[in-house]
Design a protein. Structure first.
Length: 117
């Protein structure tokens, strides 16, 4: 996904979170976001099922309640991220940095956490 399209999805998601006109929940299911810099983004409740987020910068990103089922998060920087109540079933988190991440209530059933911090 190109940077311009991603920024538009994030903009509309922010509006959706505020219940404003033209708001739309972020649907990034299956998106190629490998290496993307999403530091501090608010993706609360976003759909990221099966997205490729390998090596993505997700430091302090709000992913609370996000659907990350089957997402590729190998080597992603999730330090300080809010993953509370996120669906991470079957997600690949091999080598991901989860230092300081909030995983309270997250579903990690079948997730690959091999080598994750």
């Amino acid at each position: 996904m190109d940077a311009e399209k991603l920024q538009e999805v994030l903009r509309r998601h922010r509006l959706w979170l505020k219940n404003e006109d033209d708001g739309e929940r972020a649907n990034l299911a299956g998106a190629d976001l490998a290496g993307a810099g999403l530091y501090g983004a608010d993706l609360h409740g976003a759909d990221l099922r099966g997205a490729d987020l390998c090596g993505a910068g997700l430091y302090r990103t709000n992913l609370r309640g996000a659907n990350l089922r089957g997402a590729e998060l190998r080597g992603a920087d999730l330090s300080g991220a809010n993953l509370g109540k996120a669906d991470l079933r079957g997600a690949a988190l091999r080598g991901a940095d989860l230092c300081g991440a909030d995983l309270c209530g997250a579903d990690l059933c079948g997730a690959d956490l091999c080598g994750a911090e």
